[in-house]
Write a protein that binds this ligand. Structure first.
Ligand code: TYM
Length: 331
């Protein structure tokens, strides 16, 4: 890693097929940042098991997620790509940090509250301490910047609090990270219920766009997107469906809201939804093609995650060693 460059860490859970929300809120920005920063991107399988998973599917999805990172444009020559469970320091640092995190802090996490409602039959301790593991992910690599969607801001704020507290008690060891939230695409909403976030675990498949689904499916879902009854294409809090489509269009094309509104002024909702659907489908086409190509080259994919684990382990061990020393473990 180049010493002069700042470091970025981010991750996605392999808990379902990734969506347009994951892409526009996170991965697309990772691609843009990889020349300017030392980048480390993980597939966080240890986070995924906070919700019950089918083991064979988890294995398959972890590899597919790695292939999707690369298909989206992340260059394994520039960024370190690794699978979280291949680096034991994540669990080890997580333990130390959990002894520096308050129950009250974790109880306030909105994602914990939401997920406890959704999985009322399995409110396990991992679900509760998950933000501590996320803090360990980030702090192990001395990340300066963490590019995430809006929904991860609260977890990132907690990671900062934990780092500051640790540094206060033990001396300056941990780098306090900053969030990097994209201007457009930080919160992509469901196409069917635009007041809730687009999510890979949504039971209604028409609500989300999978990165790897067919062009026809993508366009069909956009054509069916829920809008409103006033037929005006403008961004407004009382028009969540249209606002979401405009956000998606802007995040994909790089246009501003004003430019997009001007482009579609006077057009009907049908034409607008079709145009957004086609734009999204066209932008995802090369990702699908690259993914298909990668899925034929298992050896290459294996080489990447093995190499990534080696590099990640090296960096993580050094930070963990410092932390262990500070807290009084014999190292
Ligand atoms: P996860 O797997 O739920 O989502 C991965 C990334 O996608 C973003 N995202 C969205 N952005 C915009 N609109 C949406 N509808 C949308 N849905 C998801 C998320 O904000 C995230 O950036 N806890 C994390 C994974 C994680 C992590 C980390 C992230 C574990 N350790 C360390 C950063 C740093 C999570 O569950 O993301």
């Amino acid at each position: 890693m180049e010493q002069t460059k700042k470091t970025i860490f981010s991750a996605v859970q392999p808990s379902g097929d990734i969506t347009l929300g994951n892409y526009l809120g996170a991965i697309k920005n990772w691609v843009n940042l990889q020349d300017e920063y030392n980048c480390i991107y993980s597939i966080v399988d240890m986070h995924a098991i906070t919700v019950r998973q089918t083991p064979a599917e988890l294995r398959k999805r972890s590899l597919e997620l790695l292939m999707q990172y690369i298909a989206c444009g992340i260059d394994p020559e520039k960024a370190i790509l690794f699978i979280q469970s291949h680096v034991p320091a994540h669990a080890q640092l997580s333990w130390v940090l959990s002894c520096n995190t308050q129950m009250g802090e974790l109880s306030r996490m909105t994602q914990f509250k939401d997920k406890s409602k959704k999985h009322a039959d399995d409110i396990n301790a991992g679900l509760f301490t998950y933000p501590v593991l996320m803090a360990a992910d980030i702090l192990l690599y001395k990340a300066d910047l963490v590019p995430v969607g809006n929904d991860q801001l609260q977890h990132l704020e907690l990671a900062r609090d934990i780092a500051n507290r640790f540094n206060f008690h033990y001396g300056d060891v941990l780098t306090v990270p900053e969030a990097y939230i994209p201007k457009a695409g930080a919160r992509i909403m469901s196409l069917q219920s635009p007041e809730s976030k687009m999510s890979k675990s949504d039971p209604n498949p028409n609500g989300f766009i999978k990165l790897l689904e067919t062009k026809d499916d993508t366009i069909r879902k956009f054509k069916r997107a829920v809008t409103d009854s006033d037929n005006e294409i403008r961004k407004s809090p009382d028009k969540p469906g249209i606002s979401n489509l405009l956000d998606i269009y802007c995040a994909v094309t790089g246009k501003t809201t004003e430019e997009a509104e001007a482009e579609f002024a006077g057009k009907g909702y049908g034409d607008f939804k079709l145009a957004v659907g086609e734009t999204v489908a066209d932008s995802l086409e090369p990702i699908r093609a690259k993914f298909d190509q990668l899925s034929k080259d298992k050896a290459y994919v294996e080489e990447i995650y093995k190499n990534g684990a080696q590099q990640a382990n090296y960096i993580a061990q050094r930070v963990l060693g410092k932390v262990y020393k500070k807290v009084g473990f014999i190292v």
